[in-house]
Ligand binder design. Structure first.
Ligand code: GLN
Length: 236
């Protein structure tokens, strides 16, 4: 956790540019599941006109339309704070546009490559079709296994470089390329899953928390687990 206190700092990057489909729910659920275990938290909202603090514990980025996505990438690159934070060991969960942005490059409206933040070894371009709908995937065993559920709405397709590993294998939906979904590299995770992803997948929320706070006590199953089961049952 952050050096100066026992507070877990959750940093929401660019609520003004990257916040489609309720992705801010990811910050709320991380806070809730941490506090249920007696871990004090602080959620820091960093707007695109603000510097990105480097002393956060978990950084969250959401989805966005193409133009705000381009602007967000440009600002995050010139700011440099997110990259420095990950070098200090912070965890990151980036969704959809945020996922593409933290990679090496992504396609603009005409599929010309734009540079990303470069903390995840992925490259995204535009697909022939838009990927829209429910998505279900099996998480890689080395990151905990299990099934994840969400919905996707993106034009982009993503190829992983040798330093990144697929977060999961797609059972329904498109994800990166119709076969894998999301990616991880060290403490940096990316996914196409909206939902928001963490309220729908409490185990994924705990995986992210555990990167910073170590092993967690289990919590009794609640509405999050019920939502998870209900969403999978609805489409499989
Ligand atoms: N603009 C990106 C794409 O279409 C991301 C969309 C999103 O974040 N939902 O691929």
């Amino acid at each position: 956790m952050s050096d100066d206190s026992s507070v877990l700092r959750i940093v929401w990057i660019y609520p003004d540019l990257l916040s489609t489909y309720g992705d801010q729910g990811n910050a709320l659920i991380l806070r809730r599941r941490a506090e249920q275990r007696g871990i004090r938290t602080e959620v820091v909202y960093v707007y695109s006109s603000d510097p990105v603090p480097v002393e956060g514990d978990i950084y969250l980025l959401g989805g966005g339309e193409d133009r705000p996505q381009n602007l967000a990438a440009e600002r995050l690159r010139s700011d440099g704070g997110l990259k420095r934070a990950t070098e200090r060991g912070a965890a990151v969960l980036a969704v959809c546009a945020g996922y593409q942005i933290i990679g090496e490059s992504f396609g603009d409206d005409d599929d010309n490559p734009l540079p990303g933040v470069g903390i995840l070894d992925i490259r995204s371009g535009r697909g022939e079709t838009r990927a829209v709908g429910e998505i279900v995937a099996e998480v890689a065993p080395e990151v905990g296994g299990g099934t994840i559920t969400g919905f996707e709405n993106h034009q982009g397709r993503t190829a992983l470089g040798p330093s990144a590993r697929p977060l999961s294998r797609t059972l329904l939906g498109i994800g990166n390329d119709g076969s894998t979904e999301g990616a991880y590299q060290g403490n940096v995770l990316g996914t196409y899953l909206h939902g928001p992803a963490l309220p729908r997948n409490p185990a994924l929320a705990d995986l992210l928390l555990s990167i910073r706070v170590g092993q967690l006590d289990p919590l009794p199953a609640s509405w999050g687990e019920r939502l998870h089961e209900e969403r999978i049952a609805a489409v499989m």
